[in-house]
Write a protein that binds this ligand. Sequence first.
Ligand SMILES: O=C[C@H](O)COP(=O)(O)O
Length: 241
Amino acid sequence: MRKIVIAGNWKMFKTQVESAEFLSGFLPHLEETPSVREVILFPPFTNLSLLSKSLHGSRVNLGAQNVHWEENGAYTGEISAPMLTEIGVRYVIVGHSERRQLFGETDVSVNLRLKAAQKHGLTPILCVGETKQQRDAGETESIISAQLTEDLVDINQTNLIIAYEPIWAIGTGDTCKTKEANRVIGLIRSQLTNPLVPIQYGGSVNPNNIDEIMAEPEIDGALVGGASLKADSFARIVNYQ
Ligand SMILES: O=C[C@H](O)COP(=O)(O)O
């Protein structure tokens, strides 16, 4: 059985006060959540310590939005895996398209980050996906295949989650059709050596489309941006039917 993983990526949103407000609205809803669903929050780095304490004893896991491959060094603005594990972080997003497009991360550095995460016992969520231009040119499969080939060199597939995030669907309200997301996720799975790797869909997931998305057989969860910022909205997603 593959794991179901529902994750909220807060990106650069929420102060500590706002995070605490979110938790007081969100956590009570988890009493209804089936225990097989893994729930993860990815706040900004500045909120990790606070959430680590607040989530202690709850069923919500904590994740970071990125990790550097070195354990320490002169890398201004970066955070290392031991710094994250020390405060109770268990998951990390690697290769998000915003990191690739806005901050110049490459498949080479994505691979290094994945290795560092795994070496220190973090479970990475590797993000892959195509742009609108690439999709229109019929390049979806080849782009994703190339990303997987380069990103997964020497990566242990027993401690890995993948998120298929078509870039044109992120933050646009233009969700990928569920059948199409299911098809692409099936293709991703066919390229893996471990058939049990959970593969999420991400891109304009919201309370109105989550039931349909999760009804697809290949889709093992969701990586949610905007709709994870409000307690009621993310609770409805986590408690999909
Ligand atoms: O990491 C999350 C994704 O980028 C999706 O963001 P979104 O749900 O706001 O489209």
